[in-house]
Design a protein around this ligand. Structure first.
Ligand code: NAD
Length: 262
């Protein structure tokens, strides 16, 4: 590998690569899709909301990038098969999956309906597994390896500040699924990593974070003293997806202002 500076810095880019971002219509996924496109990837924006997937893809194109939008629910395995095949067909390769779509249904463990538990696990864990597996099959068939970045959470590595048992359990699952898939697919040169964000102001947390006492408590629990911005999570996602991280697999990268360091 050359250490000539221009070559080295280009390893932080995704020139010539194709990326899929799930949950790309909003929040962290939208930021990641825009940043990956800025890093020169062709990006397929997937979301269960067709209009928001379209809006992100349109914004990428408006900024001079190449993108496509696909409406799909990550709990619909047949739909995922169809959509991933359409992306692979259109772009002729698949290098990166940002496995990011997720939901939360908060509530004390003693009161949470089993149906809500099942819904959260179906999207956050089973949906992520389905996307990872379908992406890995395409990467394997193209024979060029790839990078999968799962969006876990500080809630997958700690008990959390507020009752959110289904979400916390799902993210704990994502953490160990990341490690296990990294080991299983290393032979195919498919790297599997995760980001573990702290609280970010997005649609997902809008209800919780309208309460100033809650945001103050989170800030106080965070050495850097604040919540994260979606762009700060996207930056870590791009790094893990890029050739700059070519020796990194099976890692859970906190993007948490030091929250987990205590
Ligand atoms: P968000 O609500 O802004 O965006 C999530 C997107 O996923 C939405 O566009 C939604 O339509 C889509 N989506 C939801 N369910 C889907 C499904 N079944 N199929 C396809 N698309 C679906 O939320 P966000 O905060 O950007 O969350 C993105 C990821 O980041 C999630 O996995 C979340 O758990 C994780 N995360 C968020 C925070 C935070 O504080 N916001 C912290 C840590 C981790």
């Amino acid at each position: 590998m050359s250490t000539e500076p221009a070559t080295l810095i280009s390893r932080f880019l995704l020139t010539g690569q194709c990326a899929i971002v799930t949950g790309g219509g909003s929040g962290i996924g939208r930021s990641a899709a825009l940043l990956l496109a800025e890093a020169r990837a062709r990006v397929a924006v997937l979301d269960k909301s067709e209009s928001s997937a379209r809006a992100t893809a349109d914004e990428i194109v408006r900024r001079g990038g190449e993108a496509m939008a696909q409406a799909v629910d990550v709990t619909d395995e047949a739909g995922l098969e169809r959509v991933f095949a359409a992306v692979a067909e259109r772009f002729g390769r698949l290098d990166v999956l940002v496995n990011n779509a997720g939901i939360a249904i908060r509530g004390p463990a003693l009161d949470l309906p089993v149906a809500d538990w099942n819904t959260v696990l179906a999207v956050n864990l089973t949906g992520m597994f389905a996307c990872a597996r379908i992406a890995a099959r395409h990467m394997k068939s193209f024979g060029h390896g790839g990078a999968i970045v799962n969006t876990a959470s500080i809630m997958g590595l700690s008990g959390g500040l507020y009752p959110n048992i289904a979400y916390q359990t799902s993210k704990g699952g994502v953490v160990n699924m990341t490690r296990a898939l990294a080991l299983e697919w290393a032979g195919e040169l498919i790297r599997v990593n995760a980001v573990a964000p702290t609280y970010v102001r997005t649609a997902l947390t809008a209800g919780l974070l309208t309460n100033p006492e809650i945001t103050a408590t989170i800030a106080a629990a965070t050495p850097l003293g604040r919540l994260a911005e979606p762009e700060e999570i996207a930056a870590a996602i791009l790094f893990l997806a890029s050739p700059a991280a070519s020796m990194i697999t099976g890692v859970i990268l906190p993007v948490d202002g030091g929250y987990l360091a205590r």
